[in-house]
Design a protein around this ligand. Sequence first.
Ligand SMILES: NC(=O)c1ccc[n+]([C@@H]2O[C@H](COP(=O)([O-])OP(=O)(O)OC[C@H]3O[C@@H](n4cnc5c(N)ncnc54)[C@H](OP(=O)(O)O)[C@@H]3O)[C@@H](O)[C@H]2O)c1
Length: 259
Amino acid sequence: MTSDFTGKTALITGAGRGIGRAVALGLADTGAGLILLARSADQLAETQAMVLGRGAAAERVRIIPADLGDEEQRDRAAATALETARVDILVDNAATVEPLGATAAIPAEELRRAFELNVIAPTALTAAVLPGMLDAGWGRVVNVSSAIVARPAAMVRFNAYAATKAALEAHTVNLAAELLGTGVTVNAYRPGGVDTAMQAWIRRQDPERIGAAMHERFNLNFAEGTLVTPEQSAAALIAHLSGDDTGAIWDVSTAPVES
Ligand SMILES: NC(=O)c1ccc[n+]([C@@H]2O[C@H](COP(=O)([O-])OP(=O)(O)OC[C@H]3O[C@@H](n4cnc5c(N)ncnc54)[C@H](OP(=O)(O)O)[C@@H]3O)[C@@H](O)[C@H]2O)c1
């Protein structure tokens, strides 16, 4: 199934680099208008320039710099996004892998910040765009998760990341059930090990902090070339979007075949 989202508008969080940027470029190729959101305005501008370089109309590509971990900025960003058009496709991709380290040493405030960005922000953005999707009888929400949810014990000292992504998946499946029959689908996506700044940041962490085993594993994955590119992962996500699946946990390795 070839994706054609001409006339639709997609809001992509974390669109300044990595998987979010690749999703933005891939969705631009399907004809969708784009709203690109992250904190770094310069990175968003780079993504915007890349999208325009692929022939997208300038008025169909907007950037909104905002910190999604800050409720006020997030609400303002959502209102700005909806000023000009309904959002038809929401890709909740921005997230933090922090705080890392021994769980007992993690201050509650840091844990709260992780939940704010990884769970509350996707939920709040969905709530903001949902009325428009329901009016239209069509919408796509994708929450970018992680394989850590399938094997939480495999990533010791990543407790906050495991807990937040598990919560995000539970939210996804529950909301999908609530919205059955409305035309709005809600799915989670596990992108695989992807060669991005987030992976590079983890590789740079002190082995004392993340444990020697995790440090070695992340560095080995990179050295052995087992990571996929952001473009490969984004293509797998986008391939799912035309279908009517809902409440599913998509995975980079189970992408439908594009024709
Ligand atoms: N890379 C992997 O191997 C991997 C594996 C499993 C799951 N994932 C998931 O895939 C998603 C994307 O990861 P990635 O590897 O592409 O990460 P990345 O390269 O670090 O990109 C993260 C994006 O999110 C934005 N972001 C971070 N904090 C934000 C905030 N407070 N408010 C708004 N935007 C924020 C960043 O921009 P600013 O810093 O400018 O805000 C950036 O654009 C995440 O949900 C991650 O958990 C990645």
